[in-house]
Design a protein around this ligand. Structure first.
Ligand SMILES: NC(=O)c1ccc[n+]([C@@H]2O[C@H](COP(=O)([O-])OP(=O)(O)OC[C@H]3O[C@@H](n4cnc5c(N)ncnc54)[C@H](OP(=O)(O)O)[C@@H]3O)[C@@H](O)[C@H]2O)c1
Length: 259
């Protein structure tokens, strides 16, 4: 089966590509800036304009849609870009489109999540047979968040926010299995093995990095804070991944640690 992967240069894309190859799929990877990689066919396509999409979809049987632009032009790329992709996939006769979304897009009031939810709806209302996987946050994303939250010294955050980080490689395994299974016309969820409070995540991160940065507790106000503290980013769905936040920290920092 020839599979087109959007967002192939991203964190999840880099986990997905070798698994698809090993699983016997013929892979075509796209991003705006194609890579020099002899093991995969790379093409350029831009979801914000539609440039390159028709060529990228030519001869493709399934699409794994990972591309996203959380920080800028999100409506253009994630919502309208997903619509462009669905229309082009229909014209190319694609038999299955798998879209990756985020646990909590339907209950956590963040602008990015509203766009992801709208993109899910574009996929589900479209003519191409589909499946959606909502994943929780990758540990690397949680680390980026913690670095940002500690750039002025202490780690600033709401201690009671709940997260359930999931290994991107395990999400990639799940996506490959979904492609093999065919369209489900359903939204599935996939999360990591542990629900963590923000203060516990910070504590483990500080220890792994041999850092003494204190946590400066700041309660996130309003509906956003309530959603985040009541587990809006988490799920009880099983099976979960197996790799924990502690596993990620051990792999990243080992026994050496750094500030
Ligand atoms: N990160 C998380 O913790 C997390 C958790 C759950 C779900 N997800 C979802 O998983 C998916 C992948 O996340 P990720 O962390 O791997 O993302 P990422 O590392 O930020 O990668 C984003 C990808 O989107 C591509 N892209 C951005 N704008 C584009 C455009 N205009 N046209 C075509 N491609 C474009 C980028 O490629 P170029 O810049 O090379 O074009 C890149 O390959 C996203 O849909 C995200 O919402 C992420």
């Amino acid at each position: 089966m020839r599979v087109l992967v959007t967002g192939a240069s991203g964190r999840l894309g880099r986990e997905v590509l070798p698994r698809l190859r090993d699983g016997g799929f013929t892979v075509r990877a796209v991003s705006r800036h194609p890579r020099d990689d002899s093991t995969v066919e790379w093409l350029a396509a831009d979801l914000a304009t539609g440039d390159g999409l028709a060529a990228a979809l030519d001869g493709v049987e399934a699409v794994l849609h990972l591309a996203s632009s959380p920080a800028r032009r999100t409506h253009e790329v994630d919502v309208l870009g997903t619509r462009r992709l669905v229309v082009a996939a229909d014209q190319a006769g694609v038999a299955h489109l798998v879209y990756v979304s985020i646990v909590g897009v339907d209950r956590v009031p963040l602008g990015y999540y509203r766009h992801k939810l709208a993109a899910e709806q574009v996929v589900a209302a479209g003519p191409v047979p589909w499946s959606v996987l909502r994943a929780t946050q990758f540990p690397e994303f949680l680390e980026e968040l913690l670095r940002g939250a500690s750039r002025f010294g202490p780690v600033i955050g709401d201690p009671a926010v709940l997260a359930q980080p999931v290994d991107a490689g395990e999400v990639a395994d799940r996506l490959v299995a979904m492609l093999a299974a065919g369209p489900s016309y359903a939204i599935a969820e996939f999360a990591g093995p542990q629900v963590l409070r923000f203060d516990a995540a910070v504590w483990a991160w500080r220890n792994a990095r041999r850092s003494r940065r204190p946590l400066l507790p700041v309660r996130i106000p309003g509906g956003l804070g309530r959603a985040l503290r009541s587990g809006g980013l988490t799920t009880t769905v099983t099976p979960t991944g197996t790799r924990t936040w502690a596993d990620h920290l051990a792999d990243t920092y080992g026994g050496i640690g750094r500030r």
